[in-house]
Design a protein around this ligand. Structure first.
Ligand code: NAP
Length: 292
């Protein structure tokens, strides 16, 4: 069984990033990422902090905008519009989830598609669905695809079963892997909470991706011998024996499933690491594509 570690694959992504940054800097250009954080959710704050630190480490310009829980939709959109017009900013990301008083779809639509490095704007989703490579794909699915590629796992013609149909992960990963060309050409099945007889379905998978947010739901009986398993789930479960009082686990029961696999990702240290790496790659690409 091969353990696909996020840090190893992310190192390859960052190596590409360094080369591209050097080329851009020789032209006097520095990619810039703006992240908007609304409210004070600890997990969101931690994700935003990690993104900011990675920008600093790589030498990207970064801007963090912290807004109170009570911010109005129009104020939030004013911030986005200012960033859309700012030539030093090439990527704009609004950390999700937003407070219930704000409409996530309206907020995402306010981001200029050319700066939508999270790949969730309808223009970018449509480009992904239409096989138009000029758009941005969401970072977590891109990270999954890159992990498979860097690990020498060819998905062409293989049956990939994805658990979860969110736009953020499951649905867009299906679109990515169904595309024509390198790292794609897979036969994809997407399952969700209404899918019947899940274990029988997932046992057909050459490559199984779990993105459901259900700790340890995928057990040994869900996986065929020799399958590749990507665990996207990040779930906090209480654990008083740890300093923080909780620990992170995936959607896959790692100990039960790993012995059956050809390759598997751990949680933490797997797909999560790739999401930030692909965000950096998307931001650098946005800078390349922009004239600013
Ligand atoms: P989400 O929007 O809540 O979607 C969850 C999906 O899983 C839905 O399609 C849901 O089905 C399906 N589902 C839920 N319970 C199920 C079950 N028992 N059997 C089959 N399908 C089930 O979540 P998400 O944003 O896609 O995130 C999924 C997980 O990935 C979470 O743990 C999240 O923290 C993690 N995540 C990790 C990263 C990363 O960087 N590694 C990034 C994003 C998300 P319905 O559509 O029928 O409700």
């Amino acid at each position: 069984m091969k353990l696909i570690e996020g840090s190893t694959v992310a190192a390859a992504v960052y190596s590409d990033c360094h080369a591209e940054l050097t080329a851009l800097k020789s032209l006097g250009r520095v990619p810039g990422l703006a992240v908007i954080l609304v409210g004070d959710d600890p997990a969101s704050r931690a994700y935003v902090g990690a993104k900011e630190r990675k920008c600093q480490e790589l030498g990207l310009h970064s801007e963090k905008i912290e807004l109170p829980f009570t911010v109005s939709q129009s104020e939030l959109i004013d911030h986005i519009q200012r960033l859309n017009a700012d030539p030093a900013i090439h990527g704009v990301l609004v950390q999700m989830p937003l407070p219930k008083s704000l409409c996530e779809q309206t907020v995402i639509r306010a981001i200029s598609p050319g700066k939508d490095v999270d790949g969730l704007h309808p223009v970018n989703v449509a480009k992904l669905a239409m096989d138009d490579p000029s758009g941005f794909a969401p970072c977590t699915p891109l990270g999954c695809q890159r992990m498979l590629q860097e690990s020498g796992i060819d998905v062409a013609g293989k049956h990939v079963v994805i658990l979860g149909r969110s736009l953020l992960v499951g649905k867009t990963l299906a679109l990515l892997l169904m595309r024509r060309g390198s790292g794609a050409d897979a036969t994809v099945t997407v399952a969700h909470s209404k899918s019947e007889n899940l274990p029988a379905l997932t046992r057909q998978a050459d490559i199984l991706v779990a993105a459901i947010g259900r700790p340890g739901l995928v057990g040994a009986d869900h996986v065929k011998d020799g399958a590749v398993v990507l665990d996207v789930g990040i779930n906090r479960i209480e654990d008083p024996s740890t300093k923080k009082g909780y620990r992170l686990v995936g959607d896959v029961d790692f100990d039960a499933v790993a012995p059956k696999c050809r390759a598997i990702t751990p949680v933490p240290g797997g797909v999560g690491v790739m999401t930030i790496a692909m965000l950096m790659a998307n931001t650098i690409r946005a800078c390349h594509l922009s004239r600013q």
